[in-house]
Each structure stands twice: as structure tokens, then as C-alpha cells.
Write a protein that binds this ligand. Structure first.
Ligand SMILES: Nc1ncnc2c1ncn2[C@@H]1O[C@H](COP(=O)(O)OP(=O)(O)OP(=O)(O)O)[C@@H](O)[C@H]1O
Length: 549
């Protein structure tokens, strides 16, 4: 570990509490990492800190330890109902992880209690536990005078501008890995072997299966762009890559999400098929390969995804699949994120698994529907890609894409309206007749179909009447239909919540205006505040405002 750490904890200018030192000893960490040795003294001098340090470099302890030390040193003790510190994270999994790290320390200090607030659990129970601790609201107890830290692996100038809304005269530091030249601006860990593979849409899945079949003894993350793609390809991989544990995790999962995360952490080898909910901060030291089946929606998310491997001095590899039309993303990443990639050639002698996937869809409506939904969600996410100069919807080869999704037919969606696909051959089967393998589901479907048929006959009789229906009623019906379509689109869309995306776009727009000098700094900051939730950057992590490209 010598190559990634520097200086013992005892060498800090302000000595740590003996029980904090004891807890560090239990963890087997005799020395600090560079980001820890750089930031802890600043916090102890009551500075706000905005720190940039590569993924897996120990940023968690760089704020956990100062939080503890600051609270333990308070002259006026915390009252029973007082909140000492808040850590806000972009995902539940990261909150669970930080909660665990923190509890390793707080268990030695009975005067300090902590509480984990995440979604997906029983809110009633959360509230009860919160009430039991005597606290009504968090914000009410937040002092104006506070210490604030911001840690990220991808801290762009834009993020620093954003930081100004939450931090007061922060000290900005950028920590390099040990042994890496100070002049180096590379954003990914030096031990990361970072590859890309240029591959047609209808070859991608076979390449992935081939790769995973040859790396069964290891632990991998496979990223997809949407929840629906995780659902579909996760099932497909389960059927096609045997003898290895395959788990799925995405933002729309409710109850299983936490269990899946903890289960994957415990595995010796296995594959986690996931969306960007696993991209940031997650610390699973044994991950060998990070595979990006679809490129992420932003360049800095690329760095975060890759950072799930090659952590704290370990080796690791990452591979992103790119369509031929997307190859310029390699140069973009090299420039924008200082992240050089090496080419990996297509693997030879791959087996064509797509016919098997088609057969699965023909045998089970659940697979057929998942495939259609995944395709639609992929296209919709693609259309929203932040880097739309490279990821151009209009240049997508939809036929090859549909073959790569092993679709039985082309879905009906606005993006495909009026287009012809001579290179895609739909199956010669009435897909309405494909049954669900699950007997109960199929019975329900048949019942619904019957009801629909009855209604259709009934409506035909009433057609004339409907034509003469009051205009206001027809309008209300149209409104309802529009709302339902919007809801469906939202559900099928990418993993990024619409609201978050809206906010992100708004912030990006503001930044552009600010950079072009169209608005003043004051107007820029006001705009961010008006934008809403981002103003709660009184925490130790924020999700980044990504670079627009
Ligand atoms: N001083 C230390 N000595 C040895 N290992 C450490 C030390 N501090 C942290 N670690 C270990 O390093 C790993 C990475 O730490 P951490 O998750 O805090 O990284 P990070 O910089 O926050 O990463 P990310 O940018 O991905 O969120 C963890 O497994 C942690 O236990």
C-alpha cells in the first residue's frame, strides 16, 4: 500500500482522537492517502474544502474523519435534538456504504448517533426512528455557520462555479495519485487498463457474451443506459452465460435493490448488470472489469463508471463498446476527461446468440415485451444524449440495432415513424399470439383481451354518438391520453429522473450563458438557487454538473 499512501495518521498537525486512531488501526490503515493528508488538516483549520481526487483514492475517510473530529472537539456539546453533520449522496447504495464506514467509527462514541435515510424502505419506520431521536426537521437545525466539503473525482471548472453556491471561500485542491507526475491531468486511475471496442450494434451482444463466458472466475460490472435494458439483457445473460452468478440492479427496482447490492458485494465472482446508479462512489475492491455496453450519458459519468475498478492501488480494466459512428468519442474522452483509451480488437470465433434470444422471445411474451421496451428506452435515451454531436439519433442504424436487440418486429414509436428498414426482417409470426410463460399472467392477458374485444364491439355501435359528443369532453379525453403517454414515456425513459435532467439542463444553459458573458456571476448563482434542490450543497458530495459537449 506504500505506493498509494503517505504519512502516518500520527503525523497530522492536529492529533486525532485516540479512539479514531484505534478504529483506523482495526481497519488496517496505518497511513493516510494523499487526499486524506491534504484535506483533513484544512478541515481542522475550519476551512471549506473543494477537493478533486481520482476514483478510489479514499475520499470517504477524508470527510468522515474531520466530521468526527470536529464534532468531538466542540466546546458546546451537541444537544439531543441537534444535527451535527449531514452527508448527502447521489444514490442509496452510496448512502448505505458511507453509513457503514461511519458506523465503524461512531460505535466507539456512544454520544454520537447516526441515521440512514434512503428511499425504498418503509418510510413509516424511517420517520419513527427519526422521531425517536427527537428531531423534527433537518434543515431547521442546520447552522448558518458550518463547515462544508465537496469531494469528487471529476471536478470541472463548472462544478467549482456551482460550489460557490454552497461553500464559503473554499480551499480548492486537486490531489494526484502518488507516483503520477504533478503535471498529469489524467482523470482515471493510473493502474486502470482502459479499452474500447468498435462493434456494430448487431455484434455487440455476441461480443459481450463471449467475453463474459471467458471471464467467469472474476467479478464484473456491466453498465447499460436504461433500466429496461438492464431488465432485458440481464435476463438474456442469465440464460446465456451459465455457471456464474448474474444480478441486476437499477433505479426503478424497489425492494430488491439493497439486497442485490449487498449480495453482489459478498460474491467472490459474478456479474452485476446495472445502470448508472452504480456509477458513483461504490467501493467493491475486487471488481476486475467494468464493461460499458452502452456509453454513459455524460463524459464525467464515464470516469465514475471506470472508477469502480482499479481502486486504491489495485489493478483493474474497463471496456466500452462503441458503434462505428461513435468512434470519435475516444478522442472526445481523451480531450474532455484526459482519459486515454486503447483499442481492443473484436474477439474471434464468437457464437451467434441472437437466434437463441429470439427463440426465448417467441416462447415467452415476458421476454418479447422486455426486448421491445428495452429497444424503445435505448432509442429515447440516445435521443437525449448530452454529447449529441457524436451520439446522433439520425445516424443510428435502427435495423442493426433491432437485430442486436433480437427483436421479432420493429416497435411502433415516434422516432421510427415514416422510416423503412429493408435490412430488418421481422419474424413471420403474429406476435399478439405469443403467450406469457407464466400461466397466471397469460390468463390475465386473455381476460383483458376479451374485455377489449367486448368494448370494441360496444364502441362500434356508439361511434355515431361519440362523434357528436361535447367538444369539452373530447378535449378532456385527449388530455388524459396525453398524460398517459407522458407517464409511459417517463417510465420507459432513462434512469435519470426527468426532474433531475431538467435541472441539469437548466444549470448547463445557465453556465453557457455565464461563460459567454450574457449573464453576470450574481445572476448565474441566483439562477442556480432558483433551479432548486442543488442549493443543498451543504453536504460532502454532490452529483456533478456535467460538461456539455
Ligand atoms: N488510508 C487508507 N489506507 C488504505 N486504504 C484506504 C485508506 N483510506 C481508504 N481506503 C480504502 O480505499 C478504498 C476506496 O476509498 P473510497 O471509497 O473512500 O474512495 P473514493 O475516493 O471516495 O472513490 P470514488 O471517487 O469512487 O467515490 C476503500 O476500500 C477504502 O476502505
Amino acid at each position: 500500500m506504500e505506493h498509494v499512501t503517505e504519512g502516518s495518521w500520527e503525523s497530522l498537525p492536529v492529533p486525532l482522537h485516540p479512539r479514531v486512531l484505534g478504529a483506523l488501526q482495526e481497519l488496517g490503515f496505518p497511513n493516510m492517502t494523499p487526499v486524506q493528508s491534504a484535506t483533513i488538516p484544512l478541515f481542522m483549520k475550519n476551512k471549506d474544502v473543494a477537493a478533486e481526487a481520482v476514483t478510489g483514492s479514499g475520499k470517504t475517510l477524508a470527510f468522515v474523519i474531520p466530521v468526527l473530529e470536529i464534532l468531538l472537539r466542540r466546546e458546546e456539546k451537541l444537544k439531543k435534538s441537534q444535527v451535527g453533520a449531514i452527508v448527502i449522496t447521489p444514490t442509496r447504495e452510496l448512502a448505505v456504504q458511507i453509513d457503514e464506514v461511519l458506523s465503524h467509527f461512531t460505535k466507539h462514541f456512544p454520544q454520537l448517533s447516526q441515521i440512514l435515510w434512503i428511499g425504498g424502505r418503509n418510510p413509516g419506520e424511517d420517520v419513527e426512528r427519526f422521531k425517536a431521536q427527537g428531531i423534527n426537521t433537518i434543515l431547521e437545525f442546520l447552522p448558518k455557520q458550518r463547515r462544508t466539503g465537496l469531494f469528487s473525482a471529476t471536478q470541472t471548472q463548472e462544478v467549482e462555479n456551482l460550489v460557490r453556491a454552497g461553500l464559503r471561500n473554499p480551499v480548492r485542491i486537486s490531489v494526484k495519485e502518488k507516483g503520477v507526475a504533478a503535471s498529469s491531468t489524467q482523470k482515471t486511475p493510473s493502474r486502470l487498463e482502459n479499452y474500447y471496442m468498435v462493434c456494430k450494434a448487431d455484434e455487440k451482444f455476441n461480443q459481450l457474451v463471449h467475453f463474459l463466458r471467458n471471464h467467469k472466475q472474476e467479478k464484473h460490472l456491466v453498465f447499460f443506459s436504461t433500466c429496461a435494458c438492464v431488465e432485458y439483457y440481464g435476463k438474456a445473460l442469465e440464460a446465456l452465460v451459465r455457471g456464474v452468478a448474474i444480478l441486476c440492479l437499477h433505479g426503478k427496482m424497489k425492494h430488491r435493490r439493497n439486497r442485490t447490492f449487498l449480495e453482489f458485494r459478498r460474491l467472490q465472482s459474478g456479474i452485476l448488470v446495472c445502470t448508472d446508479v452504480m456509477a458513483r462512489g461504490i467501493d467493491i475492491p475486487e471488481v476486475n472489469w467494468v464493461m460499458q455496453y452502452d456509453p454513459p450519458s455524460s463524459a464525467s459519468a464515464f470516469v465514475h463508471r471506470c472508477g469502480r475498478t482499479a481502486r486504491i492501488g489495485h489493478g483493474g480494466s474497463a471496456l466500452v463498446f462503441l458503434l462505428p459512428m461513435e468512434e470519435s468519442y475516444v478522442s472526445f474522452l481523451a480531450l474532455n476527461q484526459k482519459c486515454p483509451l486503447q483499442e481492443m480488437r473484436l474477439q474471434k470465433n464468437t457464437v451467434d446468440c441472437l437466434p437463441k434470444l429470439k427463440a426465448m422471445a417467441l416462447a415467452d411474451r415476458a421476454v418479447f415485451e422486455k426486448g421491445m421496451k428495452a429497444f424503445v428506452s435505448y432509442v429515447q435515451a440516445y435521443a437525449k444524449h448530452e454529447c449529441n454531436l457524436i451520439f446522433r439519433l439520425k445516424d443510428l442504424d435502427f435495423a442493426s440495432l433491432a437485430r442486436g436487440f433480437a427483436l421479432l418486429k420493429m416497435p411502433k414509436m415516434p422516432e421510427l415513424r415514416g422510416k423503412q428498414f429493408p435490412d430488418f426482417v421481422p419474424v413471420d409470426v403474429n406476435t399478439d399470439k405469443i403467450p406469457f410463460k407464466d400461466k397466471i399472467r397469460e390468463k390475465q392477458r386473455q381476460k383483458l383481451l376479451e374485455q377489449k374485444r367486448d368494448k370494441k364491439t360496444e364502441n362500434e355501435g356508439r361511434k355515431k354518438f361519440i362523434k357528436n359528443k361535447a367538444w369539452s369532453k373530447q378535449k378532456a379525453k385527449k388530455e388524459k391520453k396525453k398524460k398517459m403517454t407522458e407517464k409511459r414515456k417517463r417510465e420507459e425513459g432513462s434512469d435519470i429522473e426527468d426532474e433531475d435532467m431538467e435541472e441539469l439542463l437548466n444549470d448547463t444553459r445557465l453556465l453557457k450563458k455565464f461563460k459567454k458573458g450574457k449573464i453576470t456571476e450574481e445572476e448565474f448563482e441566483k439562477g442556480l438557487l432558483r433551479g432548486g434542490k442543488r442549493t443543498i450543497k451543504t453536504d460532502f458530495r454532490i452529483s456533478d454538473l456535467e460538461d456539455a459537449c
